[in-house]
Design a protein around this ligand. Structure first.
Ligand code: ATP
Length: 138
């Protein structure tokens, strides 16, 4: 069965949405295989967001992601990578469909970075890489 690395980002934790996000993951039928709350340092975020280095939103993104605690979760379940991305909705919360986490709970806060509550791995390769970054040894 598949594994995905999910993050409740600092905006989600700050707004008290962690429980709602985890409840949606569990209600879908996925398992929470590992879970940790931490404020990520820059080195970890540089690894996690390596593919975005040099993009205009890269620095604001790292700043935002290190601004407070995140909840990192290893989610387990049949096709949970694609499944969680559907639960999350599209990147831009103003465009995300109602029923999705970002569509129901997100909006534009006028920030340089999209504060979109959650991250989910986008492929089995990214999931393996990201689980290694957030849960070394798992
Ligand atoms: P998804 O893949 O579901 O679209 P993601 O989280 O994987 O979302 P990425 O394209 O990997 O999205 O971007 C990483 C994060 O960077 C986004 O979740 C968002 O917070 C931020 N971001 C992405 N694109 C932009 C953008 N054009 N402007 C501002 N912030 C952005």
């Amino acid at each position: 069965t598949e594994r995905s690395l999910v993050l409740v980002k600092p905006d989600g934790v700050r707004r008290g949405l962690t429980g709602q996000v985890l409840a949606r993951i569990e209600a879908k039928g996925y398992t929470l295989a590992a879970l940790q709350i931490l404020t990520p340092d820059r080195a970890r975020l540089e690894q996690h967001y390596a593919e975005h280095e040099g993009k205009p939103f890269y620095e604001p993104l790292l700043e935002f992601m290190s601004s407070g605690p995140v909840c990192a979760v290893v989610v387990e379940g049949e096709r949970c990578i694609e499944g969680f991305r559907a639960l999350a909705g599209t990147t831009d919360p103003t465009a995300a469909a109602p029923g999705s986490i970002r569509g129901d709970l997100g909006r534009d806060w006028g920030s340089k970075v999209q504060q979109n509550i959650v991250h989910g791995s986008d492929s089995p390769e990214s999931a393996a890489r990201e689980i290694g970054i957030w849960f070394p040894g798992l």
